[in-house]
Design a protein around this ligand. Structure first.
Ligand code: SF4
Length: 257
């Protein structure tokens, strides 16, 4: 059966902490919609308790088996949300029939943010450690490696330079997902950096996904400007995703972006 997907944004707003945050999409969206609040102000959303909300017939609004993209208008581990996170974890615990997936640039806060019964991790939580350059990879991924988390992914976004993840790729990593940067001021992403990451994943037999091209993609010396609505589909069309057990055709046969 095909999985269903839902978004759960318990809080909104975030503070910038590293180069990847420079043109943060949360800030861009707030500006686009003329929000009167500063994007660095973190506030609870009305749908805070969405995972446990019920319909008239008492069944949960989010059906069992759904993958819930969690906290995509903030960082789940942002300091200003510390007072609300215990309740968020309680909802995640209650809905063990859902899979919660969040990304964070604050993996160094993870250990102090987990609930008391976390132990080896919850089966229903996937944590994506986000890195954008080599410095952040070398800072965050050794921490990530040490953490007890049942399902781990590395999110390389926005990819700002060539990055070598080789030493961090082991069988605990379920996927490496790579994206360029979106937005009017996006920094250029070089397609060779993406292919280099793909090669590293294939060598270590780790699933790889080119998730999104970003707005400015440099390929074969040509700069492609890609509109937001095509950034995911164009990445998919590149046909360079790698799943364990798939054939390993040379990249040249696949990079038809
Ligand atoms: S951590 Fe994520 S959500 Fe927060 S400012 Fe940086 S890019 Fe934006």
């Amino acid at each position: 059966m095909k999985p269903t997907y839902a978004d759960w944004n318990p809080w909104h707003g975030c503070t910038k902490i590293s180069p990847g945050c420079k043109y943060c999409y949360v800030y861009r969206q707030d500006e686009m919609y003329g929000s009167d609040k500063s994007s660095s102000e973190v506030s609870l959303n009305a749908d805070f308790n969405l995972p446990v909300k019920r319909k008239r017939d008492k069944s949960y609004k989010i059906p069992s088996g759904t993958v819930v993209f969690t906290c995509f208008t903030s960082d789940f581990l942002v300091e200003q949300a510390d007072e609300w996170r215990t309740e968020a974890w309680a909802m995640i615990r209650e809905r063990r029939d859902l899979t919660f997936f969040f990304f964070t640039k604050r993996i160094d806060r993870f250990a102090e943010c987990v609930p008391g019964d976390w132990s080896g991790g919850y089966d229903n939580v996937i944590v994506g450690c986000t890195v954008e350059n080599q410095t952040m990879a070398d800072y965050r991924l050794p921490i990530f490696k040490q953490l007890s988390i049942k399902h781990k992914a590395i999110i390389v976004a926005p990819l700002l330079e060539q990055v070598d993840l080789t030493v961090y790729l082991d069988s605990t990593i379920e996927e490496v997902s790579v994206s360029g940067e979106s937005g009017a001021e996006a920094r250029i992403c070089d397609y060779r950096w993406i292919l280099a990451l793909r090669r590293q994943c294939i060598e270590k037999n780790i699933p790889f996904r080119f998730h999104q091209t970003g707005a400015k993609l440099l390929k074969d010396g040509q700069l492609y400007r890609i509109r937001r609505k095509f950034q995911i589909s164009q990445a998919y069309k590149a046909n360079i995703n790698y799943r364990i057990g798939e054939d390993r055709k040379p990249v040249k046969e696949r990079e038809n972006i």
